[in-house]
Structures are given as C-alpha cells and as structure tokens.
Design a protein around this ligand. Structure first.
Ligand code: ITT
Ligand code: NA
Length: 182
C-alpha cells in the first residue's frame, strides 16, 4: 500500500521512507493545501492532512508535516510563520534579530499529521539548540543558523541530522503508532 506525503520537498520524502518503508511505499504528493492561520502546528497539519486526503480522492493514507524554528526569547518567533519569514526576511536577518539576545536558545519543532479517512492523528517532534551566525552549506532552510551539540544542522551530514531531527522524532512516533495498529 502507498502513503502519499504532501510536500514540495523530496528530501522529506526520503527521510519518511527511512522510517515508514516497512508499512508503506512512500510517494510524494504535490498538492497545495490551504494552511489555516493558526499558531498551533498540530492544528495546521491536521487540517491539511484531512483536506489533502479528501482531494486525493483515493484510499491511500496521506501525511503532511508542518515545521518551524521557535526562538525562546523572541516568544517563539518565527514559529508557524517560519516559511514566510524565510522568504521575506531571510535567515541572515533572523540571526541578526537573535544576535543581541543574552539567551539564544531555540528549538526546531515538527508535527506530522496522518489521515486515512477514518482517523486523523498528529505526532510531534522537537530538538533543542541555539541560534548562531550562519555556518555550513548542507541541509536547507534554517539549518545554517541552528546549532546542536557544537555543530549547525548545515554542518552535519544528512544521516546525523535525520537521526536527531524534529521531523525524525515525529516520524518515529508515527512508525510506533502504525506498528501498534498493525
Ligand atoms: P512543505 O512543502 O512540506 O510544506 P515547507 O518547507 O514549505 O515544505 P515546512 O513546514 O517544512 O514547509 O517548513 C516551514 C519552514 O521551516 C520553512 O522555512 C523551512 O525551511 C523551515 N524548516 C522546516 N524543517 C526544517 C529543517 O529540518 N531544517 C531547517 N529548516 C527547516
Ligand atoms: Na509543511
């Protein structure tokens, strides 16, 4: 059976395949779901998954994920607006906003939502770190300004990032839930 991952990012599909291959063939599903305005990642993802499942019109389950960088002392900014802020300000200016802070603690958070027409379930993952001046050229998005354990996500290999990442943690929970249901 196939699982449709609603995303524009093929890297996410590869990552999901690592966690879900024993349950599904993971396929990329290019569908632009309407992101509800909310500061709750789980609500955004759950509504997106339901909408995408209905739009697909088939029996395959779908997943969507919603992620963001949450800077503690900026009240969680950019958080659910991470994508918009990356496109408008850019990550260099997000670093400039964090630079004067005494405490630059932050976290990447991700919610993966699963919908199969019967149930909608959400799974959260989080990884703590610190905002730093950009370093490294791997990864994507905010990776160059997010440091965990002395390395930015853009400096570590994909495999290590995937093992640690917010998305990996959420996908691992989904895999556990699928195993329990099987
Ligand atoms: P979709 O097509 O899957 O929606 P997206 O990139 O628009 O991809 P996300 O919800 O994954 O949407 O990401 C929201 C923002 O957070 C966006 O600016 C990403 O670059 C950033 N982001 C998400 N995961 C990240 C990661 O693992 N490392 C760095 N930045 C990340
Ligand atoms: Na998303």
């Amino acid at each position: 059976m196939s699982l449709q991952f609603v995303t524009t990012n093929p890297g996410k599909v590869r990552e999901a395949t690592e966690y879900l291959a024993e349950f599904f063939d993971v396929e990329q599903y290019d569908y632009d779901y309407a992101e509800v305005q909310s500061d709750d990642l789980a609500e955004i993802a759950a509504r997106g998954a339901e909408e995408a499942f209905a739009a697909a019109g088939g029996d395959d389950p779908v997943i969507v994920d919603d992620a963001g960088l949450f800077i503690d002392d900026l009240d969680g900014f950019p958080g659910p607006y991470s994508s918009y802020v990356e496109d408008t300000l850019g990550i260099e200016r997000v670093w400039r906003l964090a630079e004067p802070l005494a405490d630059r603690s932050a976290a990447f958070r991700c919610t993966v939502a699963y919908a199969d027409g019967e149930t909608v379930e959400t799974f959260d993952g989080e990884i703590p770190g610190e905002v730093v001046a950009p370093r490294g050229d791997g990864g994507f998005g905010y990776d160059p300004i997010f440091e965990h354990d002395g390395e930015t996500f853009a400096e570590m290999g994909t495999e290590r990032k995937n093992d640690l990442s917010h998305r990996g943690r959420a996908l691992a929970k989904l895999a556990d839930w699928l195993a329990e249901r099987a």
